[in-house]
Write a protein that binds this ligand. Sequence first.
Ligand SMILES: Cc1cc2nc3c(=O)[nH]c(=O)nc-3n(C[C@H](O)[C@H](O)[C@H](O)COP(=O)(O)OP(=O)(O)OC[C@H]3O[C@@H](n4cnc5c(N)ncnc54)[C@H](O)[C@@H]3O)c2cc1C
Length: 445
Amino acid sequence: MIQNTIIIGSGAGGATIARELSLKKHKIKLLDKGPLYQQGSAAEYLKLKKVSSIDKSGLPTGKEINNLNLNEDNRFSLQLMYSEGLGGTTTISLANACYACSSCYTDSTTTQFQLQNLELYNEFLEASKEMKVNPLPFDFRGPTTQKMVEAAENLDFYMEAMPKFIDFDLCNKCGNCLYNCKPGAKWDARDYVAQAQKKGAELITDFQVKRILNCQGKVTGVEGIYKGEKKVLNSSQVVLSAGALNTPFILRNSGITEGVGEEFFCDLFITVGAYLKDAQLNQEIPMGVKSEFGPYFISPHYSAALPPLIQEKYKNLKKDIKVTPDDVVGIMIKIADESRGFMDKNGDIHKDITSRDRKLFQEGIKKATDLLIEMSADPESVVLSPVRGAHPGGTAPMGKVVNQDMQTSLEGLYVVDASIIPRAPGRPPILTIVALAKKLAQIMG
Ligand SMILES: Cc1cc2nc3c(=O)[nH]c(=O)nc-3n(C[C@H](O)[C@H](O)[C@H](O)COP(=O)(O)OP(=O)(O)OC[C@H]3O[C@@H](n4cnc5c(N)ncnc54)[C@H](O)[C@@H]3O)c2cc1C
């Protein structure tokens, strides 16, 4: 019998489940609130969401975080980055693929889902093959990245090639993975959407789902706004993949409240930067290598926030040096932050940087600073970027809001996106979300 299924969201989770179920001959309607936009314009759809602190004292200062006295005593602001539109946040990813190995981090997503009796090994392998995951080949590694690897060896730690979902036969090494992969070498979820459409899935963009309709504990359809008008679509099977910042909102509107939006995390990150004349890290493939330290890892990263911060520091030091983006080298520290944030009833996020989070940052900042100095960057120029989070999750965690079948308390309503990950992986989550969606397709049959 042909099953009708509505899928909400076309990002990592939604696009994958749409593709998988289309292959199984489900009749799919894939709804996305965002537009269908042209290749190369992803940057226009990047959104920033400000996070308020829970603790009234506000988020910590640069000094409090790093105890290295690198920055002025300004309170940090914390922002979340995400994207809406066809392909969701995958369109602005850096193509980092993480197998979530327990040897890197004992509380990896692999372990977290094994604890829920969900083994994702085969799905990880299948996804990696389809997405062309490979470690960044040596000849795609830029000279400053290589310099960092050698400096790390001098300091007795090892940096290895980052696995990437990039087709290296197509990649032109331009380094613009984030916003505009011109040759189309980077995988993003639009790839799976196109495959689903080929198998008959109907894509409806600019459809903002507001709530899931239900009767006597069973799903009956969705209600949303389409072209400015209220619209209802009927189905007894709905998969919610609107991302960790939107899924909890839709769940609550639909009467599912227990445990929703209460254990928010976002894999906090910060970038330490310094002046290194003609480093040109900004022109290399970003995050080409990494070094793992359990709950956090470090990786080369150019951030546009760094040059003005370094310039400001030089001004204060009365050093007459002009800082251009070409003269900056940076290292990102990404941590598995504690799932202590929450989403309030208006959808605003409240979160603190806990003392454990700070300790991890301190360790990482120390390592990154030593590494920059070993690379001959100017020690007086070292600065910290603002703290950000690019992997929001935990807002509908498995074991609390969804069961092992990824089903909610409403029969026929499933969730597969970053919101069902119970705790911060501290690692890029796309491969995990794709693997989860492949598993869900098997469960739904
Ligand atoms: C700058 C940046 C770089 C990143 N780099 C990497 C990386 O290299 N590797 C990695 O693994 N991860 C990376 N991430 C994180 C990764 O992109 C996200 O974790 C992942 O895309 C989340 O998948 P998702 O399915 O939960 O949500 P999303 O991919 O965000 O998809 C959610 C979709 O739902 C739609 N939607 C939302 N609300 C509604 C509604 N009401 N009705 C209909 N549709 C709706 C949205 O338009 C969107 O298309 C990065 C994130 C950022 C911000």
